[in-house]
Ligand binder design. Structure first.
Ligand code: HEM
Ligand code: HEM
Length: 180
């Protein structure tokens, strides 16, 4: 196995950090939309970022399926590896669930859904107050908060590997193999 095969490829790395940043910003915008809304139009930006995350995540999933992740270093135990992979696939599911539930319940609102004021995005035929609108709204809030907690665990694990175990797990996502 070459050093390059132990690192995520450049496309996977760029997608990870781009989507990761957008998701963290969007969770903060979602939770703090009341105070932030007094300063700038936070909700149209939240919705646009969410739709961008959906498009990028569909491509990322395709990329992940066609380009398997590099194997973990031998120092990472079996239980830890299973937990890490499980959490990563939960993240892939949330990258679709959060934007899609937001898109569905926002379709029931009166406001048009625009993508960064560039063009209007079509809405689903959802009635205001319907079980679908309420269920997706509840799911959006519940999964959004749960994701925030899981991200703290994910970042904590990455920092633990880097500073305590010093096993190079963070650098496989941070940069390519030396000289690659
Ligand atoms: C500062 C924040 C973050 C750090 C330091 C970080 C770090 C990492 C590292 C080191 C890996 C590679 C783990 C391995 O080699 O097995 C990874 C994988 C991953 N991260 Fe993050 N991450 C961050 C934020 C996020 C966020 C916000 C998301 C949510 C979209 C996310 C989603 C993922 C996913 C899905 C993988 C699995 C990649 C794969 O194997 O396909 N990360 N992250
Ligand atoms: C990466 C994608 C997304 C994430 C991580 C996310 C996360 C969140 C979070 C954490 C909240 C706050 C929940 C609460 O405590 O009240 C929220 C609220 C909201 N989100 Fe999203 N969201 C995403 C995408 C979307 C999309 C695509 C739309 C619509 C097209 C949307 C529409 C809304 C609306 C309207 C609220 C306010 C709900 C309320 O307060 O009643 N979100 N979002």
């Amino acid at each position: 196995m070459t050093e390059a095969q132990l690192h995520y490829n450049a496309v996977a790395r760029r997608l990870h950090w781009t989507i990761g940043t957008l998701v963290i910003v969007n969770i903060l915008f979602g939770i703090l939309h009341d105070p932030l809304g007094k300063l700038f139009p936070v909700m149209p930006i939240h919705k646009s970022i969410g739709l961008l995350v959906l498009a990028l995540s569909l491509f990322r999933l395709f990329w992940r399926i066609t380009h398997p992740a590099p194997p973990l270093p031998a120092s990472v135990g079996r239980v830890q590896a299973v937990l890490a992979h499980g959490l990563h696939w939960i993240f892939y599911a949330l990258m679709l669930i959060l934007p899609i539930t937001g898109w569905i319940f926002s379709s029931a609102g009166d406001r048009p859904l625009s993508f960064f004021w560039l063009f209007d995005v079509p809405k689903f035929a959802v009635e205001k107050g319907s079980p679908l609108a309420q269920g997706t709204h509840n799911a959006h809030e519940l999964f959004g908060i749960a994701w925030a907690v899981l991200i703290i665990g994910h970042v904590g694990a990455a920092l633990y590997h880097h500073y305590v175990q010093k096993d190079g797990v963070l650098s496989r996502m941070w940069r390519g193999a030396p000289g690659a």
